[in-house]
Design a protein around this ligand. Sequence first.
Ligand code: ATP
Ligand code: MG
Length: 320
Amino acid sequence: MTEQWAVQATGLTKSYGKVRVLSGVDLQVASGTLLALLGANGAGKTTTVRILSTLTPADGGQATVGGFDVLTQRHQVRRTISLTGQYAALDEPQTGLENLCMMGRLCGLSGAGARARAGELLERFDLVDAGTRRVSTYSGGMRRRLDLAAGLVGHPSVIFLDEPTTGLDPRSRQTMWAVIKDLVASGVSVLLTTQYLEEADQLADRVAVLDGGRVVAEGTVPQLKRDVAGERLDLTLADRAAYLEIEARLGTRAAHRDPTALTIGVPTDGTGAHVRALLDELDPTRDAVARFSVRGATLDDVFLALTGQPASTEKEPAHV
Ligand SMILES: Nc1ncnc2c1ncn2[C@@H]1O[C@H](COP(=O)(O)OP(=O)(O)OP(=O)(O)O)[C@@H](O)[C@H]1O
Ligand SMILES: [Mg+2]
């Protein structure tokens, strides 16, 4: 693909009944890069992905994928992309191999061509042994991998991944991350939605944060950390009483709270003057703070600063 932008959207709006979900979403994915779209539950991530992958029409705005208009050139867009949804769509009674062969035939490959491509993908996704078993016997992580593999049968140049690792154990998540990194390295463009900030940190060239129906921040991870959250003063309090007292004093200014570890984080510019002033303000009697450290903001801090709510760290598995 020679287009500079694999995905380009401007002013996307969408309402369901009276509920306005998107009120002017602008975003771009440069070719051969990965954009992570972050947002709390219900922020409109899946809605955005559905619009860009031609499954749902927007009420307003424009979008192109691979240079094709998602409204007027739906067929070209569909031939360019693959979509791996929040919930895997696989044929349960069939084996992994059969699922992939079926996708191959749907993509116009010959029987032999489809089998060859299926074999190649099973290997790449570490599913060779499982390939001859019915999908209904697969674990959540195996399903996710097979689902992504199924999307790659037709060599898409743009891939949409809607929460590809939600509910996976850390090891399956690592496998998935390695596969996604490989894809991007091979020149594929990816728009990935996630609630895991670590995932964005690991994979994304750029991050866009969706809140209140708009993209409220966009940039590289280091840029966002620097621009939005600066640095953080982490205080370890002497005891529970001290923790509660300082927590009450800080109120909504706290960027991070961990009552078990008795630590609280406060945004700072990192200068000696500011840190000293904060310590004096929060601990005038000089006995509440046991230890402190100043460090660069995390993506968690960015998320909290932009959306006013902490990112969830775990969600219910998609398959129970
Ligand atoms: N088909 C629909 N009909 C009515 N409301 C919908 C529909 N699809 C989504 N919504 C609403 O739109 C809002 C955004 O939903 P969306 O699925 O895009 O959020 P999300 O960011 O993907 O959330 P999650 O992190 O939970 O997957 C929610 O309030 C949801 O209830
Ligand atoms: Mg969603």
